[in-house]
Design a protein around this ligand. Structure first.
Ligand SMILES: Cc1cc2nc3c(=O)[nH]c(=O)nc-3n(C[C@H](O)[C@H](O)[C@H](O)COP(=O)(O)OP(=O)(O)OC[C@H]3O[C@@H](n4cnc5c(N)ncnc54)[C@H](O)[C@@H]3O)c2cc1C
Ligand SMILES: *[C@@H]1O[C@H](CO)[C@@H](O)[C@H](O)[C@H]1NC(C)=O
Ligand SMILES: *[C@@H]1O[C@H](CO)[C@@H](O)[C@H](O)[C@H]1NC(C)=O
Ligand SMILES: *[C@@H]1O[C@H](CO)[C@@H](O)[C@H](O)[C@H]1NC(C)=O
Ligand SMILES: *[C@@H]1O[C@H](CO)[C@@H](O)[C@H](O)[C@H]1NC(C)=O
Length: 492
């Protein structure tokens, strides 16, 4: 172990004297005494050091957890060890992967222990068994290179920086889901640290009840140190049609009609992302969008022909390889979005695509940009991903419940002044409610990984909530894994 500590000089890696803040000395001693037998590459860091910042910095600075110690395990046994010690000393803790969640429930952890999984970031492709095994802290951007090189594809999300396992644990959406299903639909097994600090294998044959639960609600059940997925054959040889457009505000109504027309007609190979943003140059809202078609350029061009008819401000049509899409689609937005933000995030899922709702939300956002000039970084993102392969799995077959979702909206409100921030939280709820109203589910339905943190369990886990609550009693009776939509304390 390399530790910022005064007691480990014997290991020859004395860095500097830590400010342990309020960490009781006996807890400090429990973690740092050499007899714990940490791996030589495992590090422990304390606040006000670069190492600590690197181990705890988050994508979103709003409503986030705070820590007085961060451990970065280099091996899975050290994750288990950290859980056992933290539990024995009643030190609340949170495992972190890509540190991209905006869920406000995480902010309930203050002065805890961060179990930073970023050193567990291996990515191994086994071409013979057609499987991919990744460490619990690998991020989306780590995946496509090695997978493509071996001649396969694997569903991932749209941006480079969120955790691959961190996204898997909620379900895992992405552009490939119409042909390959959700990320969890490709999950074969995981290595996991349970609430009592044991390392176990979890799969269809090993603790199947837990395997059901972790495919949608894993943060409540344990810490996944590695995950193994079944690889997929390349669609269209890995050549993907990608079309970026920027549409002026005047095209909003027609574009939303086009989106609505995808309901019931969407080919499994199609994925669309559209984001309503403010354009400072135009001093007006615009819609930036990317359509991906996992097929030929000819068919892709047919699909986007109606967008050309809307007189786009700009467009960029390319054929891109599977492993380059994150860096090319949406003008490379899959990487630029990784910069730190400060926003209130909300999500809502829907199975009806309703042009009138989109228009209504566009109007609300246009008015918001006028009323709150310092809130013009706010945006509403509309992801419409094909549901065919997702629907091949039943809504109670895994803990992820919303199998027939067509549209996922990510709502982000931000502002520089406290008044705008406060108003943004309220607006986020209003926009979310507008989608829930016409979305075709019975009330609010939210993909848990896009959740704000104020949802009831049935709003994120649907009909699977009661079974999850029961399993929670069995696998984590003391609710040590309680900071991500706690199954033990959140109302059903
Ligand atoms: C820019 C951006 C793009 C996104 N794109 C997509 C997308 O395309 N598809 C999609 O499905 N989601 C997407 N998301 C949502 C994403 O899935 C969630 O934010 C997810 O929580 C991120 O995981 P993380 O590891 O980065 O987050 P963290 O904040 O580190 O963790 C979030 C929660 O997951 C738990 N967790 C993380 N790793 C593990 C693990 N190994 N074992 C057990 N629990 C773990 C943590 O304890 C915590 O409770 C996106 C989010 C952002 C901000
Ligand atoms: C150390 O960090 C804490 C919390 O981040 C802060 O309040 C404090 O001022 C810092 N102390 C020093 C000496 O920088
Ligand atoms: C959005 O479209 C509607 C209907 O065409 C139009 O009346 C409205 O002005 C558009 N919004 C903006 C901000 O241009
Ligand atoms: C904003 O509008 C200008 C003028 O039409 C355009 O050149 C620019 O690309 C737009 N910005 C973005 C981020 O799309
Ligand atoms: C169009 O997209 C390609 C990648 O797909 C990128 O290399 C190129 O710079 C883009 N062109 C413009 C004008 O944005």
């Amino acid at each position: 172990m390399r530790a910022v500590s005064t007691t480990l000089g014997a290991l020859g890696l004395l860095l500097c004297v830590p400010s342990t803040l309020a960490l009781p000395s006996d807890v400090y001693a429990a973690f740092t005494r050499p007899a714990q037998g940490w791996d030589a590459e495992t590090t422990i860091n304390f606040p006000n050091t670069t190492g600590f910042d690197e181990a705890t910095e988050r994508w979103n600075t709003l409503d986030q957890p705070t820590f007085r110690m961060a451990i970065t395990p280099a091996v899975e046994e050290d994750v288990a060890r950290a859980v056992r010690i933290a539990k024995a000393w009643k030190l609340p803790f949170l495992a972190t992967g890509g540190r991209h969640s905006s869920t406000t429930t995480l902010g309930k952890l203050q002065n805890g222990l961060a179990i930073d999984l970023s050193a567990l970031n291996s990515v191994q492709v086994d071409a013979d068994s057609e499987t991919l095994t990744v460490g619990g802290g690998a991020v989306f951007g780590d995946i496509p290179g090695p997978v493509y090189e071996a001649g396969f594809q694997m569903p991932i999300g749209s941006c480079a920086c969120p955790g691959m396992v961190g996204a898997t644990v909620g379900g895992g959406l992405g552009r490939w889901q119409g042909v390959d299903g959700l990320i969890i639909d490709n999950l074969l097994s995981v290595r996991m640290v349970t609430a009592n600090g044991r390392l176990i294998d979890v799969s269809e044959t090993s603790h199947p009840d837990l395997f059901w639960a972790i495919r949608g609600a894993a943060p409540n059940f344990g810490i996944i140190t590695s995950a193994t997925y079944r690889l997929r054959p390349l669609t269209n040889g890995g050549e993907v049609f990608s079309a970026d457009f920027v549409l002026p505000a005047s095209a909003n109504a027609s574009y939303f009609d086009l989106l609505q027309s995808l309901e019931g007609t969407m080919p499994p190979e199609l994925a669309t992302m559209s984001i309503i943003v403010y354009n400072e140059t135009l001093a007006a809202p615009q819609i930036s969008l990317n359509w991906i078609y996992l097929g030929s350029e000819e068919r892709g061009r047919e699909l986007v022909a109606p967008i050309f008819a809307l007189n786009p401000i700009s467009h960029n049509i390319t054929m891109a390889r599977y492993d380059t899409i994150t860096g090319t689609a949406m003008g490379g937005g899959g990487y630029s979005i990784c910069d730190t933000v400060s926003l209130a995030g909300f999500g809502v899922s829907y199975r009806r695509l309703d042009a009138e709702t989109y228009r209504h939300v566009f109007r609300m956002l246009s008015d918001w940009y006028v009323e709150y000039p310092d809130g013009r970084t706010s945006s509403v993102e509309i992801e419409i991903f094909a549901p065919q392969a997702v629907m091949e799995v039943g809504s109670t077959d895994t803990a992820y419940p919303w199998r027939d979702t067509l549209g996922y909206t990510g709502i982000s409100f931000s502002g520089t002044s406290p008044e705008t921030q406060e108003a943004g939280v309220e607006m986020g709820k209003v926009v979310r409610a507008a989608f829930a109203e016409t979305g075709g589910y019975d009330g609010l339905a939210t993909y848990v990984s896009y959740g704000h943190g104020d949802e009831r369990l049935s709003e994120v886990f649907g009909e699977n909530a009661p079974r999850l609550v029961e399993l929670k009693k069995k696998w984590d009776p003391e609710n040590v894994f309680r900071y991500f939509f706690s199954l033990a304390t959140t109302p059903i």
